[in-house]
Design a protein around this ligand. Sequence first.
Ligand SMILES: Cc1cc2nc3c(=O)[nH]c(=O)nc-3n(C[C@H](O)[C@H](O)[C@H](O)COP(=O)(O)OP(=O)(O)OC[C@H]3O[C@@H](n4cnc5c(N)ncnc54)[C@H](O)[C@@H]3O)c2cc1C
Length: 342
Amino acid sequence: MTSETPLSGFTTLRTGGPAGRVVVAETDAALIDAISAADAAGEPVTILGGGSNVVVADDGLPGTVVLVRTRGIEVSVDACAGAWVTVAAGEPWDDFVARAVAEEWSGVEALSGIPGLTGATPIQNVGAYGQEVADTIARVTAYDRVAGRTEVIAAGDCGFAYRTSRFKADPGRHVILSVTFQVPLGSLSAPIAYAELAQRLGVAVGERAPARDVRDAVLELRRGKGMVLDPADHDTWSVGSFFTNPVVASGDVPEGAPAWPQPDGSVKTSAAWLVEQAGFPRGYPEGGAARLSTKHTLAITNRGSASTADVLALAREIRTGVRERFGIELVAEPVLLGCALD
Ligand SMILES: Cc1cc2nc3c(=O)[nH]c(=O)nc-3n(C[C@H](O)[C@H](O)[C@H](O)COP(=O)(O)OP(=O)(O)OC[C@H]3O[C@@H](n4cnc5c(N)ncnc54)[C@H](O)[C@@H]3O)c2cc1C
């Protein structure tokens, strides 16, 4: 692809200028070759999966952008250990979840409807509705650009925590080639850990439900919040949640805010609640090219003509508003490429 190709076509926010060069990698060898050739030449290189968690500068990105398009799923079933499923980085995440539910591999059903590709899921330890990929990942196979070799990294060494991992902490070092999940066999879901989902399913938190029902319920809940991609719905032209839920000292949770106690004594609160209470309602600002979703205050959306500058300006306004109202600093969830919030 030429340097004229705007990266907006490869991001769910649909903003971002061109790359110097775009390479489509359909095999692990092509992926590693493209990256190590750029590294050897001392040129910048950026890896892009589904583009659903990135904000790309309007000026574009220098050097090479490599699109991960590797495919393949390998399965090994053991009656005792469950299924070991190795998924290529370029496999669409929700296709894997749909297959897991159909094959009765339990434990990823609540992650239905999340956009993007499987290789990106360990980066920010993708999570929703009480599940995260760290619950079921057994190991990650990655090319380490510093060591110059492919490594198998056990889940315990991935540094998984809330919306982060060693891969996010050390950006660009590891090229994820595949992710291996170890999932129990069975038609029932993992215990439901999210109150809204439990209520929708008519079960108590901690109970199981048929995984198919969980997938359907999650997809329905997500659609209601504009969190399932739909080209016709501008509320989904986003990166999903723009800010992570802040984790604060227990005494610092604003009165009336949702509070989820953490094992270390800190408390996670709701970024969406803070945004709304700081004076930013759904659809804010009326008429803006970039606006909050009309379905959810945590998604900054492109109404069709927004630039990355418009998106970042709104993100800054919201972050400042929340800081002034509550003294809490919101942290951006997506990876900002060639641009910054500060
Ligand atoms: C509508 C919507 C809803 C969303 N809902 C959720 C949600 O519920 N929970 C959640 O956690 N996230 C959610 N997201 C965010 C996003 O979908 C996930 O983070 C997803 O895993 C990103 O995958 P991707 O392939 O699009 O990654 P990209 O956006 O392409 O890349 C994200 C980062 O990972 C890097 N990367 C990608 N692939 C690789 C690879 N193979 N090796 C090394 N680095 C790589 C990129 O360089 C970049 O830094 C949502 C996004 C949208 C648009």
